[in-house]
Design a protein around this ligand. Structure first.
Ligand code: SAH
Ligand code: SF4
Ligand code: F3S
Length: 480
């Protein structure tokens, strides 16, 4: 039965050829891996380490899925025969960490020549990085980028056949390859890409350069994927895109993000829907209305503000003002009164003055975020902001960062406390890290609660009474 809105066309076909080709390579790679494990007398092992955001985390699940089909078995990095770093380059320190880890791998690889090292993700899309790897990190086996992770099996085969470093980086792509294997980290929840790339070119940000132009996935492919996830035990999905609010604009049959959400809401057995990230400039009234009426969309909106100063926002190319942002927050709070709001803030953008910074503090005090990710501005070569004059001195930035963090944390702990004594639904996600007689659940508003329980509760949605607020999380007990 077709449950879709009749005015939304979901009939675009999904290209199959690339998928088929990759399954052939998976078979070929299997033979090589089989041979190697016969020589070793044990299964070949792998470890994928993810840096960066949820997009990368989802990409890593795809890499894992492919590796497992090839016959590799997952193992800790210290013993793995194939180590893969899925890298991030949003801030300079992300790159520094990868070079550090690579340096540590070098002696291990020397002692175990059969070992393979793969590098992929956003950092590999930077030509200077690949040059440096080619020159100073010759022991790396496979290097690929963000646009061709679907080719992973093919690249592994190339490496086995050539015996040399394999490099395959695409500048950009309009391709979306569907239906490849993936291995989820959690049985009961999953990220789902709804779009790739970004067209916004915020002046500080490298993501549009390393993730390419914005491409929306076909809605039918998204819905089919979610249905099969649900059939496989998933109750919560996180829809992923750099700017989900502009979903669907470039589809052959355009549709809005709000329309997509309405369709996803209808999927039976799916209990919770989350999404990130929302760009304030594209957050529509239609979306706010859908959120207000939805039974499944979680009461949480991540709405990065970046700065509270309209002057700085303009230099950042964010295309909204402080006032516009605050109006949006009012509108959302009216439509969804108990919504939790979180944000990203950058401190020390070029030319930021104390007055600009005070505007940021003002927004933080007015919105009263449930939490905020605060970042020190990091200069990314090739972005417009990197060439801007009056970069802010390090000590000034550090001082502002500390003041901001203090404000954000004080407010967040006050905001968190308001739920004390209420009963809310929690999705139990894991055994508690600090006490194995307890489990950890996530509330609709994204806060965590720890309660007595064992691992058979994992994946269940339970009513939990929040007995005590511990600053940024809760202690609770089953309500029944
Ligand atoms: N697409 C998302 C964010 C992706 S990057 C959005 O638009 O909100 C995640 C966060 O990293 C950004 O929100 C920003 O706060 C931060 N960030 C991006 N580039 C940065 C840079 N050059 N220096 C410091 N923080 C940065
Ligand atoms: Fe970067 Fe801006 Fe795109 Fe987000 S919207 S990924 S901050 S350019
Ligand atoms: Fe980093 Fe790439 Fe995500 S640069 S933040 S991993 S899109």
């Amino acid at each position: 039965m077709n449950m879709m809105n009749p005015d939304i066309n979901l009939s675009n076909t999904i290209p199959e050829d690339d998928t088929k080709r990759q399954y052939d390579y998976i078979e070929k790679a299997r033979e090589y891996v089989q041979k190697e494990s016969e020589v070793l007398g044990r299964p070949m092992t792998f470890c994928v380490t993810t840096f960066g955001c949820q997009m990368n985390a989802r990409d890593s699940e795809k890499l894992r899925g492919i590796l497992e089909q090839i016959g590799y078995v997952e193992a800790p990095e210290e013993t793995a025969d194939f180590v893969i770093y899925n890298t991030c380059t949003v801030r300079e320190n992300a790159n520094t960490r990868v070079y550090g880890r690579l340096g540590q791998l070098k002696p291990r690889k020397k002692a175990n020549p059969h070992m393979m090292i793969g590098l992929c993700g956003c950092m590999m899309q930077e030509p200077e990085v690949v040059e440096k790897l080619k020159k100073s990190y010759r022991f790396v086996d496979i290097i690929f980028g963000t646009h061709n992770i679907f080719k992973f099996a093919e690249l592994i085969v190339n490496r086995f056949e050539s015996g040399h470093m394999v490099i395959d980086i695409w500048k950009d792509t309009d391709k979306i390859v569907e239906n490849l294997p993936n291995d989820r980290k959690y049985a009961f929840k999953s990220g789902v890409n709804i779009m790739f790339g970004c067209n916004n070119f915020c002046s500080y940000c490298i993501v549009p350069y390393v993730r390419g132009r914005e491409r929306s996935r076909n809605p039918q492919a998204i819905i089919d994927e979610i249905k099969s996830l649900v059939a496989d035990g998933v109750v919560e999905v996180m829809l992923l895109g750099q700017n989900v609010n502009s979903y669907g604009k470039n589809l052959e049959h355009p549709m809005t993000f709000a329309q997509l959400l309405t369709e996803i809401e209808k999927i039976e057995g799916l209990e919770r829907i989350r999404f990130m990230t929302s760009h304030p400039k594209d957050l529509s009234d239609e979306l706010i209305e859908v959120m207000g009426h939805s039974k499944k969309i979680c009461k949480h909106l991540h709405l990065p503000v970046q700065s509270g100063s309209t002057r700085i926002l303009q230099k950042m190319n964010r295309r909204y003002t402080k006032e516009h942002y605050l109006e949006l927050v009012d509108k959302i709070r009216k439509a969804v009164p108990d919504i939790s709001l979180t944000t990203d803030i950058i401190v020390g953008f070029p030319g930021e003055t104390e007055e600009d910074f005070q505007e940021t503090l003002d927004v933080v005090r007015k919105v009263r975020y449930d939490s905020a990710f605060t970042f020190i501005y990091s200069k990314r070569t090739g972005t417009p902001a990197a060439a801007m004059e009056d970069q802010v001195p390090e000590d000034v930035v550090k001082d502002r960062f500390d003041r901001l963090l203090k404000e954000v944390q004080t407010i967040a702990s006050e905001v968190c406390a308001v739920h004390e004594g209420t009963t809310q639904t929690a999705l139990i996600e894991s055994v508690s890290e600090h006490d194995d007689s307890m489990v950890t659940g996530r509330l609709s508003n994204n806060l965590l609660v720890h309660l007595k329980g064992s691992k058979d509760l994992i994946g269940k949605l339970l009513e939990v009474r929040l007995t005590e607020c511990k600053g940024f999380y809760y202690l609770g007990e089953l309500a029944e």
